[in-house]
Design a binder for this molecule. Sequence first.
Ligand code: NI
Length: 166
Amino acid sequence: MAPLPILKWPDPRLSTVCDPVAPGEDLAGLIADMFQTMYAAPGRGLAAPQVGVLKRLFVMDCTWKEGEGSPLALINPRLLERSDTIETGEEGCLSIPGITTAIDRPDWVVVAWTGPDGAQHARRFEGFEARCAQHEMDHLDGIVTLQHLDGAARAEAEARYAAARA
Ligand code: NI
């Protein structure tokens, strides 16, 4: 196991729609590396394309920084349902380091996925977990936070990112 390099925006791999994971594909080593990379970063979510693997999986653990971990690895996640109510929240991204951006998202979602052991799961996520899951699922479709912003807000965020990278 080793922490993996995290791709930084605008690496074109972050704009790629990822391929589904094939049934039975052994991802144990990759998932272990992704958790290690996420915790070392430190972050609460990491999608495979962020480490250059263009497949539909991500890891998240929204509570480890507060002491008790809740690690999840979601393979081929699918959005089943989402709230009509929208919340605005600040989001960071390990691939866009140095800035956060205010993003509107449904405040809860129901997601189905395959676990690392092949078991099928479905769960409703709320609060920060819902935001994190949607952010990571966006990565699997080649979408980053900046693309949720309109012209002026995006230009302002891009300028802050350029300054943070300088
Ligand atoms: Ni991200």
